[in-house]
Every structure is written in structure tokens, then in C-alpha cells.
Design a protein around this ligand. Structure first.
Ligand code: AHM
Ligand code: MG
Length: 337
């Protein structure tokens, strides 16, 4: 007899609606639409290589990077899905220079804005490496019915109402938080549903994995260089040396460390003086998940979640993961500043 005692993402969302006593289900509907878009993108990704979808679209995005075809597909699917939810009045994505304002009467009444990286790590797709979607939801600042403005999207990370990511890996998972802990759902392809597989995720306070692109070592700030050496040294308790693991796909690297305990580092360096990752739709949602799971995220000086963004695509140094490991890198950065 198969185990039918499953909780689907939609069951769970409805169940959790009571966490918001005055809510009318708008956030639930929005999360439901994100889950549906994720399934569509997942289907396409799983066929990469079989159909003419991998490779570059020939277009260049706002950052001067080649857009992969799947980047464009994922961008459109998430935007359309958010528009059709009727709960979202605008969206900012990695692929578009400016925020997209939903002027449709229904959508402009929506209470929320979404910031999203529709397909992160997409340069990995041609090589069958895991990629992800990262999203963050804020309550709008402008009044309902008004046109959303840039500052609706430039809120500090502490104001996130919900955030999460989808990992398209050996299985597909959706991990999200509405500020009451973190829960993970694995897509069961036989029924096409995300099913609760990782309830109430807590990340270990200490870990033994460090994840950084060490090819950039020579360009790193002194504190990071010293920290990497610290990770590689033998200590008296034999906890170190730590293991080094780096996929080059933020969601995958972070997700592994979240479950096993570890730290992800993308420092500023001489080539990218502000770091590489984008504050609004990469660092903030991941930082929200880290902190909801008992971990931390910092730019080296202050908590990622406390930074007030000044532009949609601004970059930030990023250190996220197990609390004590993030505290340690901060100590090193402080000492060698
Ligand atoms: P992208 O938004 O252009 O896909 O780049 C973001 C990705 C992250 O997933 C990953 O952590 C990082 O870039 C890897 O960068 P690098 O190749 O410099 O190590
Ligand atoms: Mg990205």
C-alpha cells in the first residue's frame, strides 16, 4: 500500500494561512502561482538537450551577459504567472533593466511586489548542472490601484513578507519561508505536485563546508584570504580542515550548506569591487531563508537584510550560512580591514 499521507504545497499554504489572522489569502495565491510557474520551468529544463532550447538566445541582458534561451523562457513564465495571479502589482527581474509595472486593473490592485531571479546559474544548463529560481515578496509601499514605483522594490530585506528558491537538481525542490520557519517541498513528477519533504528546516550553527570560487583567491580582500587559510588548517578538535564544495550555482551551493552546515562566500574582489551577486533578488531572499533557518548572512559589515537598496541591480559581497561560520568570517574581515 502506498503512503498517501502527503502534504502538497497547496495544502500546506492553505494550512499556514492561519499564521496571518487578517490575511485574505492573497499571499497564498501568489505562492501558489510561483509553484505553478516553477513546474512549467522545471518541465522545460528537464528537456534541455532534447529540444532546441539550450544555448544562448543571442540577446544580451542588462548586465551585458549573454541571455540563455531558458533565461528568457523562465523570465516570461514567472512574469506571466505573477500577472495572472492578480495579487502582484509589479515585478523586478534579473533580466529586465527596470521594474515591470502591471497596469491591468485587476493586477494593479495587487498588494505585493515580487523581485525574482528567474533562472540563476543558467550558464550551467548546457552542462547538466543544477540551476535555480530565487524570489522575494514585499508588501507594496504605494497605495493599491496606484502605479507601483521603483521604491516599492527597494525595501530592505527585513521587510520581506516571504522569500524562497526553487532548485532544479537531481530532484526539483521549492524551499520557502513566510517568516515562520523554512519548509522544503520536493516535486513528485508522477503526480506533478510539490510535496512537503523537509519540514521546519534548521541549519546547523556550525558547519564543515566552505564554498567559494577559489580561482579568484588572488583578488580577494586580506580577511577572506586569511579565513580561507583558517578553513584549511588542522585544529586541535579535528573539525578543520573543512571540506571545500563549490558548484557555481548559488541555489545549489546554498541549499547543500543549509542542510549540512557550511558557509557560502562571494566576496568583493579587485575585478568585481562590489561583489557579483545582486542584493535585491539574489542576496536578500537567500539571507531571509538563512536567518529563518537559524543561520545568518552579511556583506562583511552589516546584515544583508538591513541594507537599504539604492538600485534594482546593485551588487553586494555575500557571506551566508551557519551562524558561527558567518560570525567568524566577519571577525576576519574586521581584523584585516
Ligand atoms: P547569474 O545570475 O549570471 O546566473 O550568476 C550568478 C551565479 C550564482 O549562481 C553563482 O553563485 C555565481 O554566479 C558563480 O559565479 P562565479 O562563476 O564567478 O564563481
Ligand atoms: Mg542570477
Amino acid at each position: 500500500m502506498e503512503n498517501y499521507n502527503i502534504t502538497t504545497l497547496n495544502d500546506f499554504i492553505i494550512l499556514k494561512q492561519k499564521d496571518f489572522p487578517y490575511a485574505k489569502g492573497e499571499l497564498s495565491s501568489l505562492l501558489h502561482h510561483i509553484g505553478t510557474a516553477a513546474k512549467m520551468v522545471n518541465k522545460k529544463i528537464s528537456k534541455a538537450g532534447l529540444i532546441d532550447i539550450i544555448g544562448s538566445s543571442g540577446e544580451v541582458n542588462v548586465h551585458g551577459e549573454n541571455q540563455q534561451k531558458l533565461d528568457v523562457y523562465a523570465d516570461q513564465v514567472f512574469i506571466r504567472s505573477l500577472l495572472s495571479s492578480g495579487e502582484c502589482c509589479g515585478v523586478a527581474t534579473e533580466e529586465n533593466e527596470n521594474e515591470i509595472v502591471f497596469s491591468d486593473t485587476n493586477a494593479s490592485e495587487g498588494k505585493y511586489v515580487v523581485c525574482i531571479d528567474p533562472l540563476d546559474g543558467s550558464s550551467n544548463i548546457d552542462f547538466n548542472v543544477s540551476v535555480g529560481t530565487i524570489f522575494s515578496i514585499y508588501r507594496r509601499i504605494t497605495q493599491r490601484g496606484e502605479k507601483v514605483r521603483n521604491d516599492d522594490f527597494l525595501q530592505e530585506g527585513t521587510k520581506q513578507v516571504a522569500a524562497g528558491y526553487i532548485i532544479y537538481g537531481s530532484s526539483t525542490m521549492l524551499v520557502y519561508s513566510t517568516g515562520f520557519g523554512v519548509n522544503g517541498f520536493t516535486l513528485d513528477p508522477s503526480i506533478g505536485e510539490f510535496c512537503l519533504s523537509h519540514p521546519d528546516i534548521k541549519t546547523p550553527e556550525d558547519g564543515s563546508i566552505y564554498s567559494v570560487n577559489e580561482g579568484n583567491y588572488i583578488h580577494f580582500p586580506e580577511g577572506v584570504k586569511k579565513y580561507i587559510k583558517y578553513c584549511q588548517e588542522i585544529d586541535k578538535d579535528s573539525v578543520r580542515p573543512y571540506t571545500s564544495r563549490y558548484i557555481g550555482s548559488l541555489v545549489s551551493d546554498f541549499h547543500r550548506n543549509l542542510l549540512k552546515g557550511g558557509i557560502f562566500l562571494y566576496p568583493e574582489n579587485e575585478i568585481t569591487p562590489k561583489g557579483k551577486l545582486r542584493l535585491v533578488y539574489e542576496c536578500n531572499p537567500i539571507a531571509f531563508i538563512a536567518s529563518q533557518a537559524g543561520g545568518r548572512a552579511t556583506n562583511g559589515s552589516i546584515s544583508i537584510l538591513e541594507i537599504i537598496p539604492s538600485s534594482l541591480h546593485q551588487r553586494s559581497p555575500f557571506y551566508a550560512g551557519s551562524k558561527n561560520m558567518v560570525n567568524k568570517i566577519e571577525e576576519f574581515l574586521h581584523q584585516y580591514r
